[in-house]
Design a binder for this molecule. Sequence first.
Ligand code: FMN
Length: 276
Amino acid sequence: MSIIEINQKTCNKCGICAAECPRRIITLPDGGFPEIAAQVEAACNGCGHCVAVCPKGSLSHRDSPLGLSPKIQDGLKITSEQVEQLLKSRRSARAFKNKPVPREVITRLIEDARYAPTGHNTQEVEWLVIDNKKELDRIEEVGIDWMRWVIQNMPKQAAEANMEEKLERQKLHHDAFLRGAPVLIVTHASKDNPNALVAAIDSANALSFLDLAANGLGLATCWAGYVYFMANLFPPVQEVLALPEGHTAYGCVMLGYNKFKYHRIPARKVPRIIWR
Ligand SMILES: Cc1cc2nc3c(=O)[nH]c(=O)nc-3n(C[C@H](O)[C@H](O)[C@H](O)COP(=O)(O)O)c2cc1C
């Protein structure tokens, strides 16, 4: 059985599916219906563009069945000004309310984040969600040991990052790494990924989508860069995260409800662009 199914009653053989296919493996032989020859099926990356682009809803794909490919609703289209304001007004939160985020909400955000582009449509980003205060507190705690380790073993980097000062503040406040956020989200994937660079980009894309989706739902995020470093270098944090065997962290983000509301969009550097 082919990986695509054509409704021959509604397909008008317009050929858009073939023209859109990124792998160029859909053909319309001799004016017939679209097909993917058995010998090139393996080249399909299951992106579902053929389903998405068919104006008649006549094509279903094994990896993107018509029933799981809802129609795009024109009524939900947002204006360019709304998109622009969403992009410019999202901020990295540094003060979170002491309010848990329901798991259904987190699941919804992750489901939205699945739609971020991934190299070759591999969709290999996996998720660890920690909403357990004990484990989050433990990360803050072992972070103190990590800072001591950096100060001792990487003095130049420690000085550049004002680590001594940070260490003193952390001893008092215990919020340097997670800012009191009730949730930490870690993206992870196999360590042996031959495309580690792509995996890192896929993860950053997914977390950026999650950030925007979170803002749309009245939540806020902040990248947890230090936790990410620790997750890759510092065994006590790796123990807390306890990622699946053979996996490594590709990104860490805090999530929660922002204590404060932003009233303005801060200025950013003028873009440096080379035009040719
Ligand atoms: C890879 C990365 C790591 C970051 N790590 C941290 C972090 O550990 N702690 C923190 O408070 N902010 C962190 N940030 C947030 C940046 O400081 C923030 O994006 C920047 O100051 C701009 O502010 P904005 O996101 O509100 O526009 C990180 C951002 C990125 C992209």
